[in-house]
Structures are given as structure tokens and as C-alpha cells.
Design a protein around this ligand. Sequence first.
Ligand code: GLA
Length: 435
Amino acid sequence: MGTAVGSWRGATLAWVLVLLAGAEALENGLARTPTMGWLHWERFLCSTDCAREPLSCISEQLFMKMADLMVSDGWKDVGYEYVCIDDCWMSLTRDDQDRLQPDPERFPSGIRKLADYVHSKGLKLGIYADVGNKTCAGFPGSYGYYDLDAQTFANWGVDLLKFDGCNYGTQDQLAEGYRNMSLALNKTGRSIVYSCEWPLYMRPMQKPNYTEIKHYCNHWRNFADIYDAWNSVRNTLEWTALHQDSIVDVAGPGGWNDPDMLVIGNFGLSWDQQLTQMALWAIMAAPLLMSNDLRHISPQAKWLLQNKDVIAINQDPLGKQGYRISKDNNFELWERPLSGGAYAVAVLNRQEIGGPQIFSFSTSFLGNGLACNPACSIQQILPTSKDWGLHNWVSLLNVEVNPTGTVLLKVVVIGEFPDEKPVMNINKKPSPDIL
Ligand code: GLA
């Protein structure tokens, strides 16, 4: 009897916990792992002159071409799914029924046809709108039209909305706008990922309430727009680490912090900096939205963006965001808890002078001492795939990292260390294979 009551209580408690947890996230069933796809902004900006720039203007041709390549060049196979339109797709005026409409010259077939095309490839279509009176580039905003615009997107077959926050009016209007668009999207009955910039626009005035934001959004931008430059990637990482106490815990299936697009495959990052962006975006459980030109991308950048081991870390089903454990001179040590008690570990060398440097640390630093306790196997994922073999809970790891580069590891805990008992020996010599 006592056991039956106990287990009934246990089951009730479990349901209460499930319901409470469920109440926290936007439960539209989407973005259980971070969204993966392609987004035009960083690489193609607001190019609207198709006579002058036929291959890079914001037109249906551009998105159809990217959809083709996402399938033919293996992007879809590794998980990139959403082909996303950013700002500058609209006509400067709404139609005679107040609906948003695409620029007729650049999108002559209309968005419904484009969505059909993207869907015929097994992909999904993303679109962009703004909570205020105008988009950031000056096209019509959704203020006053949230229900109509949500319904228009649903009718077109859109699968993701990036909702920007320019020209939002008052703080109340900003918050109300983000909430109302979320409700309007849900009301359409169509599954539409809701990508917000709410905390980015809110923060200068007041501290974002992330529990509330996660209740309404599938992901949300916190920090400035990414540029194709190392200082931009570096600043994004630094901001994230400095605010990790308030943003890491809220992330999880259904709702993610969004540090903005991947700029890998463009012009501004060195190879090591591209490795850093990919590794750290995996650690941060970030949406992987590439902004590059899939028609012209180096085999090396493609290898990195399609690396299945890094993608598996980014998409880990546990859905916990990683964090910085230490910042030691020029080295940063980050970790991310993964399913099965494993950890992803990134060692970033921030020094912008000199050559490769060695960072040494004990495995006892990882996972609060549990990642490698009593033993673990370590696999290097980036810059190259390499087996580092077995280690115990106080092994000393020596990791050599290029300037502004990152070494990404996966640490898998194992119950028993086969050859030796775990002993407290901080000065244990590292095995030569990791030097
Ligand atoms: C803002 C957003 C960017 C992009 C532009 C478009 O700056 O943060 O990601 O959408 O607007 O105008």
C-alpha cells in the first residue's frame, strides 16, 4: 500500500514537473534542437538592384538556387533545412487588402510559389518581418497587422518567421508586439518557428525576462549583428560568456539563445577563426544559420560546416547550452554537457600574436570533476578528428591551439579505467599522443 501511494505520488509529481517545464517553453513542438539552415542577411544584405547585381540581389532566383544547392551539395543531408529570407523582400506598400506583398519584380512568382518550390526539395522556407512600423531597412512593419501578417505567412506556407524589432515604439509596444505575433502565429494552426530579437532591443532599457521570452519565442537574438570579421565573432563570444549566468539555463528544447549567423565560407575569418565560430556555436547550442554563398564556397569551409561530429554536438538531444569555465591569460576553456554524461570541451586561444600555444589543464576541471570520473575517452573533433585515448579523472591535458583558433574535444565518461585506478596525481604526465 505504502509503495502504491508512493509511486502514485511519484507519478503525479513527475506530471506536475512535466507541466511546469512545458509551461516555460513556446510549446509549438518546434526547434527541439537548434534550427539549422541558411539566412541571406550577412552575405547578401539589402541588394535590390537586380539589373546591376543579378546574382546577388534579393530575389526568388537567389532562394531557389540556394535551395537547389542545399539538396545537391549535401547540406540537407547533414541537417540544414530552413532556407530563410531576411529584410528587403517586400514591396514598399501593402496590397489593397492591407496584406504584405513581395516586390513584384524580384519575386514575380510570389512567396506561395517559392514556398512550394522549397518544399518540393524537402526543405522549409523562412521569412522576415518587423514588430514596429517599418523594418530595419525601411519596408512595411507589422505593427497593427500581427494577425493579418501571421495569416498571410501561414497561407503562403511559410515555416519560420524572423521577427525584427526596429522602430518598435515604446517598450510596452515592443513586448506586446512580440507576444501578439507569437499568439497570432499559433492561431494560424501552421507550424512556424518564431525567431525573435526581443531581448536585443529590450536590454538597453530593461533587463530581459528570459522565462517569458522563452514562453513566446523559439530562439532570440541577444547581441549585435554578426559581421564577417574576427572582432565581431570575438565580441559575440565575450558577451555570451559575460552574461552566461542569466542566459544559459533558460536554453533548451523549444527555445535557444541565438548568437546570430555563421559567417564561415565568406571573406573575413581566417581558417582558425572559422574553426572557432563552428566549435563555439556548437558549444552554445546556437541555431546554425549560415549566411554565405553556397555557389562559391571552399571545400574546406564546406567540410567544416558539414562536419557531422560538430553538428551532433550542436544538435545534442539533452539540449543544454554550454558555458565558459575559465579565462586564463589568453586561453578560454568552455564546456557543454551532452547526453549520456558526455561533455564537449573547447579550448580557445585568444592571442592574436605569435604561433601555436599550449594550454594545460586537468580533466578534474571538466563537468565539476565528473566528466572524466573515474575515466573517460577523449576524441578530438576539430581542427581534425583524432583519438586521444583513455584518461583518468586527474589526467593533465596539453592542448596546442593556433592563435584565434579552437580545439574541440568530446569527452565520454567510462565507468572503469582499465589500466589503472584513479589516483590523485595532478602532475601526471600527459600521454604523448595529445601533445
Ligand atoms: C537587423 C537585424 C539583422 C538583419 C537586419 C535587416 O539589424 O538584427 O539580423 O535582419 O536588421 O535589416
